[in-house]
Design a protein around this ligand. Structure first.
Ligand code: HEM
Length: 489
């Protein structure tokens, strides 16, 4: 039996040699796994496989293979692997992101999509602009608060307002999302392949499920989060403000959804929204700090088109260099570098390989964003790669998803894709218009070094390690300019 298990099951895609029983468990680091997957993809190709304790994991590290398997074969690859700790024990099968393909997932997804689809996201523009304004004002008024604190506030507040329709989260607290973020950290780690003991050793599941003592922590976690989100969902929202929960309260009943379901749809969205948005904004600042010259075309365009008033969404078509920056930040440092695992719901053949039912299918978005067929010199941060010789955005290549591969694939593609692109666009534009982003200087006047590649692995998401910087307002009367623009609006 041991001898048999050292052999790769017939016809799986190629991959690293495995050892009996454990497979490749000891070769897969728990930190920065995407770098290992990218290294393996150079050896084994755009589709390869490895194994953890008998569980086959299929890794897609090239855009075409990911498009084939997760988009064109999505009828067979839209399931999620069972996430015992994150999905069953902690979230009690209420978290849409972890639900298996089926009626409950489809209903929740459809309900959320109603207020997040590309046709309606334009209606969030005033709220997103307001948030960008609050961010810039806060950075001017409170240089004592670390930039990451400002960024996490704006990311949480954009999510909170679009999902629950409440007031902006204030910089100086109380922050209703703070406790939620603390609790969410545990879930974020548990959702990774090999991220929890019970997911690696599923034979422990019935023992834990039967023991009140062993379940106690997860049960409390669920109770506390449910009550936070039920409170957010049930509290009256600002009149006239578009929000997911506002729409749900009107349409949810028709879809058979209760307030508890509505609260957990809000939870799934908030978990998915806050950290990813914060990571993207921090990577943007980090990139501009390290490679200031890459922002000069965008700055020039802002000077030509916008001048000394703050940018508007209506300027967007005339500012392709800002959009190129959004695309490049998300390609270079995808906030969810290994996407969220899919699962094969039946056996199927691809390129002569067999993908067995139950295999975990991972889109290595970090590697895919470095696919040389789409992006040359992928390690380089270079927003100009998206601009053609006429100064316009280039026509995106096939399988590049309009150069937004970071939002995943198929029927599970990110529900917040369209609102994220809007929110990042306006925030990047505001930050570039308002500040020069510079390295901090020490008491001798020397620049303080910023470390590369700066990866801080947060479980499902990837943030830069804390880095020193200086934000220098580009106008003495910056706040007056913001006020004048908002009063005129
Ligand atoms: C830059 C920001 C964001 C990035 C990079 C991002 C990325 C992703 C990725 C890679 C996935 C997995 C897709 C797959 O399984 O193939 C995902 C799923 C998801 N995202 Fe996002 N996301 C972002 C922002 C948001 C926002 C703002 C929301 C909500 C307002 C959101 C809601 C969701 C939900 C609910 C899912 C699960 C979908 C499902 O399982 O059906 N995301 N996201």
């Amino acid at each position: 039996w041991l001898l048999v298990s050292t052999r790769r099951p017939a016809n799986l895609p190629p991959g690293p040699k495995r050892i009996p029983v454990f497979g490749n468990l000891f070769q897969t680091p728990s930190n920065l796994l995407f770098t290992k997957l990218t290294e393996w993809s150079k050896e084994y190709g755009g589709i390869f496989s490895y194994d953890v304790m008998g569980q086959p994991i299929i890794v897609l590290s090239a855009a075409q293979e990911a498009g084939d398997v997760l988009d064109r074969l999505s009828a067979k690859t839209s399931d999620r692997p069972p996430l015992i700790k994150a999905g069953e024990f902690l979230c009690k099968n209420m978290q849409m992101t972890f639900l298996p393909r089926g009626k409950r997932w489809r209903t929740m997804r459809r309900a959320a999509h109603e207020s997040l689809n590309v046709r309606v996201v334009k209606d969030y523009a005033p709220m997103l602009k307001d948030e960008a304004t609050i961010l810039v004002e806060g950075l001017v008024d409170h240089p004592d608060i670390p930039v990451s604190g400002h960024i996490h506030r704006v990311a949480a507040s954009m999510g909170w307002r679009s999902i629950f329709g409440h007031e902006a989260i204030p910089l100086l607290g109380p922050d209703p999302s703070h406790r939620i973020e603390e609790l969410a950290a545990e879930m974020s780690v548990a959702m990774l392949p090999g991220g929890s003991v019970v997911d690696v050793f599923p034979m422990l599941k019935p023992i834990i499920a039967r023991s009140k003592f062993l379940r106690k922590h997860a049960d409390r976690w669920f109770e506390e989060l449910s009550s936070c989100f039920l409170h957010a969902y049930s509290t009256d929202q600002i009149e006239g403000q578009l929000s997911v929960s506002g729409t749900l309260k009107e349409t949810g009943e028709k879809l058979g959804l209760t307030a508890h379901d509505g609260a957990w749809i809000g939870a799934a969205l908030f978990f998915a929204a806050e950290d990813t948005t914060a990571c993207s904004l921090l990577w943007f600042i980090y990139a501009i700090l390290l490679y200031p010259e890459t922002a000069s075309a965008a700055r020039q365009q802002l000077a030509d088109i916008v001048g000394d008033r703050p940018p508007e969404f209506s300027d967007r078509d005339k500012l392709p260099h800002i959009e190129a920056l959004v695309k490049e930040v998300l390609r270079w440092r995808p906030p969810v570098p290994m996407s969220i695992g899919h699962a094969a719901s039946e056996d199927f053949e691809y390129k002569g390989y067999t993908i067995p039912k139950g295999a975990v299918v991972v889109a290595n978005l970090y590697g895919i964003g470095r696919d040389p067929k789409l992006y040359s010199d992928g390690e380089r941060f270079d927003p100009a790669r998206f601009i053609d010789k006429n100064g316009q955005l280039k026509q995106p290549a096939r399988d590049s998803k309009d150069d937004y591969l970071c939002f995943g694939h198929g029927r599970r593609i990110c529900l917040g894709k369209d609102i994220s692109i809007e929110s990042l666009w306006i925030t990047f534009a505001y930050l570039l218009w308002a500040f020069d982003i510079k390295k901090r200087r020490d008491s001798n006047g020397d620049e303080v070094n910023v470390f590369e590649p700066g990866f801080l692995d947060k479980g499902a998401t990837l943030e830069p390690v804390p880095f020193p910087l200086q934000l220098c307002p580009r106008y003495i009367d910056l706040k007056e300019r913001l006020k004048a623009a908002n009063h005129g609006a």
